[in-house]
Write a protein of this length. Sequence first.
Length: 667
Amino acid sequence: MTVEGDSVARLNELHRRRVVILAVRPVVDGGRYPVKRVLGEPLAIEADIVADGHDVVRAVVLDQPPEAKAWRETELRLAANDTWRATVPLPALGRHRYTVIAWVDAFATWLRGFERKLAAGVDVSIELLEGALLVDAARQRGPGERPGERIDAALERAARAMRGQGSLAERVAVVTDPALADAMARAPDRSHATRYDRELEVVVERALAGCSAWYELFPRSTSTGGKHGTLRDTEARLDYVAELGFDVVYLPPIHPIGRAFRKGPDNAPVAGPDDPGSPWAIGGPEGGHTSVHPALGTLADFDHLVGAARTRGLEIALDIAFQASPDHPWVREHPAWFKARPDGSIQYAENPPKKYQDVYPFDFDSADWQALWHALRDVFVFWCEHGVRVFRVDNPHTKPIRFWEWCLAELKARYPDAIFLAEAFTRPKLMYALAKVGFSQSYTYFTWRTGKEELTEFALMHAERADECRPNLFVNTPDILHESLQTGGPSMFAIRATLASTMSPTYGVYAGYELFEWEPVKPGSEEYKNSEKYSLRPRDFAAALNEGRSLEPYLTRINEIRRAHPALQQLRDIHFHHTDNDQVIAYSKTDVKSGDTVLVVCSLDPDNVQSANLALDMPSLGADWTDTLVVHDEIGGATFHWGQFAFVRLEPWRAVAHILTVTRPSA
C-alpha cells in the first residue's frame, strides 16, 4: 500500500473511534510491571474516558485470570468528571491481565433523546422508526441467549411494535420497557469501539504476602548448656513463636559453613577450633546451598520442621544468600562462576570498612552465566520441593535486577504461592525496582526513621506506592541494632514494636528483641555485642518473663490486635492527625470493606511523660466534624468519648501508646 493509502486507512480507522481512553488505573510504570494484590482482594479499576459531544458512552473492563482462555467482562460505571470505575474479583494466584474497551452507545443515546422529546410533547413518529432500525441492527449482531427466550426474538417483537399500527401509548410502552434497554445493552455495537492501547497485569499472591508477622531465630542457638542447637531443638521453639502470635519463622542459612577464613566472635578475622562461623559463609565438604549443616541435623529433620510449623499455623521462611565460602563445592566444580583477580585469587566480598574474607560473591556476567543463573534458580526449586514457600533473599540489590526478573518469573510460574522478601537496605528507587520485578515484600529504612516528620513521610510514601511494593518493617536484625534501642531502654522497644506493627501490615522482630538486648559491640556501632552471626547465643526466655524483663506479653497483645482488626491488615489507607507535640504521633487506618477503624497515638519518648492535644481529621474516621466518637484502648482497656479535639497523656513506664478501636456515631 502507498503512503497515501496507509494514511487513508489510518484516517478511516480514526474517524470511527470517537471515544478516547486517556488512562487506566492502577498501573505501574505505564504497564511495564504488574500491580500487586493478594488473593481475595478485589482489583478496583478506574479509567478516564471521554468522547466528543453528548452521546452516551459505555465501557467494560476485560480481565483474564491465569490459565483462562477467554476474557471476562465487567461493566464500568461513570463516577464523576469522566472517571469510570469497576471492581474485578481476583479468584486465583498468578498473573491476571486486564484492559478497557469503550464505545458510543447509539441506542442509549437515541433512547435518551426520545424520552426528552416525548416529555416535551414533540411528535416522535420518526424517532420510533429510527429506534426500530437500531433494534434491527442489534438482532443481526446475534446477541445470543437469555433465560426463557432468545434475545433476538424479543428484539424482533420490539421492532415490529415500534413500526406497528398500535396506539402511540402502546408503542412508547415498548420503547420505555426496561427489558428492551437490557436486551440492547447485551447486544452492543462495538464495531467502532476503542480498546486501551495496552494490556495491564496484576500479580495475585497469597494473603501472607500482604499481611504477616515474622520472627527470626538462629536454629543453632536453640539448645542449652553450650551445645549447638539442632532443627529438632528449633521445633521445640515453635509453640513459643505461635503463642506470641507470629505467622512466619524465619531461619538464617541452614547450610554447611566453610572453614577457610572462618570468622571468630564479633567478626574476628581468626576463629578458634570450636567457633561456628557465619551461616552466610555457605558451603563446605558436606555440600552447598541444597545441603543442611550436619550440626543442625538432616534434610529429613528439616522436612519434619516444616510440617510441624504448618500444624501450628506457622510457615518456615528460609534465607537464600547467593554467595559461597571458599570451601563451597561450586568453587572447585565451577570456578568460572566467580571473579578472578589479576593474581589468580578469587575476589572476596567487601563492604568497606567491613571485609568478608569467608565469602565469595558470584559473577553474574561470567562466561558461564547461563549455567550459573539456572543453578541459582534451582536452589529455590530444591527448597520449594521440600515444602518451603517463603524466602528471605539476602542482599538482592547487589545482584543484577535482570536476573531477579527472570528468576522470580520462572519460580512464580511453577510455584504461584511462593513469597519472596527482599533484604534491600538500599536506595528507595532500587528497592522499588526489585519490588517491581517480582519481590513480594521488602526491608526498608524504617529502622532509621525515628522522628515524627520522617515517620509520617515514610508511611505515606509506602501507602501511596502500595501497588508496587509492600514494606516489611523489621524492628531489628542480626546486623542492625539501632542507636535508639541501645539507649532507650524497654520503653523504646515497645515504641518501635508499636510503630512497626501498626504502620504496616507486615513487620518482623529478631529473637532477643523481646529480652531488650541492647549492647553494641562498641560505641557508635550498630553491631550486637556477642553477635549471633558468629557465635551461639542461647537465651532463657522463660526466666526473663518470670522476672518481668520481657516484652513477650506486649508483643503477644499487639499481634492479637492485628489479627482482630482488618484496618491493621492493609497498607493503602493511613491518615495522620495533628498533635501539638512532636514527641507524640497519631495516625488512623480504615479497612474500606468492613469499615473497621483503628487510631494509634504513640509516644516517641521512652523516658519522659508526654502530653498532647489532638486535632482529629474526623472525615477520615468516618465521622462528621461535630460528632463524638467512642474510642476503646485495646492496650489499657479504657474507653473515651472524643470529639474533634482530645487530650492524651502517655507515661512510658505504664503505656507508650493507645491503640484505639473507633466506633462511629451511627454504629
